[in-house]
Write a protein that binds this ligand. Structure first.
Ligand code: SAH
Length: 343
């Protein structure tokens, strides 16, 4: 099998070139040129790397692959949101004014089985490699320059399929390739990783990266959160908040909480008050997400009135709170609707 270079540093590529020197003599200085093409010039194939000789490009093609592949299907929503199918995972591109947000998947399917989420219903298929996660960005950043939008991708959110912290090693490797000087050199302040809060992995993510963190909260009561999110059994909200309280969220790095508004279940004024009390000492932002109905769950969305009342209570208590606008619902690209092969 060909070695995939996407996600690898100059040193790692040098090592691969050296290892393969018995079969193909490729000079190690190519590593620097290759990384510049992949990460700085958004090249998707060796053929584009015109400062590498044709003979060396031929050898590279024979033994290595850049690792960038095109999606098989693209859907376009009437609101401009686009959904792409890369093999068995979906990626969403959301234009919003001069922002262009890329929502990436970290797993095919998901093990977490949150009651309201369509991805959970398709079950778990597999972890994505760092190269596969990076491919979603690399391909669309390249295509974006050419035709998808006049803007380049400004933000990346790990809010597609899967639980990023159930694939921590590959996700952290991805974040390093996205933010390192040798890599895509994106600011970590443009990247948000969303998680249900797998505590040891969350600690690792906080300590080994500088990205923003979003935690799916959804209910301030232990018993009720447990009914919505099986992970609460092991990783309780109380322990998640205790961990988060140890870090600094008051400066550049931001913490947010996602709260899907389920009619009659978690949207009462009392829920809002208890939530406010729980997080009042944490500098953070709360994102209320309208519930997106789908066939595999029986919840109903909260009314606009209940959602606004909930928001007002949090705001009055001094907590920043916004209602996230639903994007791409007509093409099943909205939060919690990504599910390949669920009928
Ligand atoms: N597994 C991670 C990343 C997914 S992010 C996490 O849970 O944080 C997707 C967000 O959409 C999560 O906050 C998730 O709880 C929410 N979501 C899931 N199903 C939804 C639905 N049907 N409607 C609205 N939001 C949903």
């Amino acid at each position: 099998m060909k070695h995939i270079l996407l996600g690898k540093s100059v040193e790692e590529i040098q090592e691969l070139l050296l290892e393969s020197s018995a079969i193909a003599k490729l000079p190690s200085y190519l590593a620097k040129q290759i990384t510049e093409w992949i990460y700085k010039k958004n090249a998707i194939s060796f053929d584009e790397m015109t400062n590498i000789s044709a003979a060396n490009r031929l050898l590279l093609n024979e033994y290595f692959s850049v690792g960038i592949t095109a999606p098989s299907i693209t859907h376009v929503s009437k609101d401009g949101t686009q959904k792409f199918l890369f093999g068995d995972v979906e990626t969403v591109l959301i234009p919003d004014g001069d922002r262009l947000t890329l929502c990436v998947s970290s797993q095919a399917g998901c093990k977490m089985n949150c009651a309201f989420c369509a991805t959970g219903k398709m079950g778990f298929r597999r972890n994505l490699s760092a190269a596969e996660i990076l491919n979603q960005y690399a391909f669309l950043a390249n295509e974006g320059r050419k035709r998808i939008s006049e803007h380049t991708i400004t933000n990346i959110v790990f809010m597609g399929m899967g639980e990023p912290l159930d694939n921590t090693y590959e996700v952290i490797a991805t974040l390093h390739a996205l933010t390192s000087d040798w890599g895509f050199a994106l600011s970590p302040r443009r990247i948000t990783v969303s998680t249900i809060g797998i505590i040891p992995a969350l600690q690792q993510l906080i300590e080994q990266t500088e990205c923003h963190i979003a935690v799916s909260l959804h209910n301030p009561y232990h018993e009720q959160r447990l009914m919505l999110m099986p992970s609460e059994k092991v990783y309780t909200l109380e322990n998640i908040l205790t961990l988060l309280a140890r870090y600094d969220w008051a400066h550049q790095r931001k913490l947010s909480f996602e709260y899907v508004m389920l009619g009659g279940l978690n949207d009462s004024p009392l829920h809002a008050k208890i939530l406010a009390r729980l997080i009042r000492n944490l500098p953070c932002h709360v994102n209320l997400i309208p519930y997106h109905p789908h066939e595999t769950a029986t919840f109903i969305p909260s009314s606009r009135k209940a959602t606004e009342a909930f928001q007002n209570i949090l705001t009055e208590k001094g907590i920043n709170c916004t209602i996230r606008s639903s994007r791409g619902q007509d093409i099943n690209a909205a939060c919690g609707l990504l599910a390949v092969g669920v009928s």
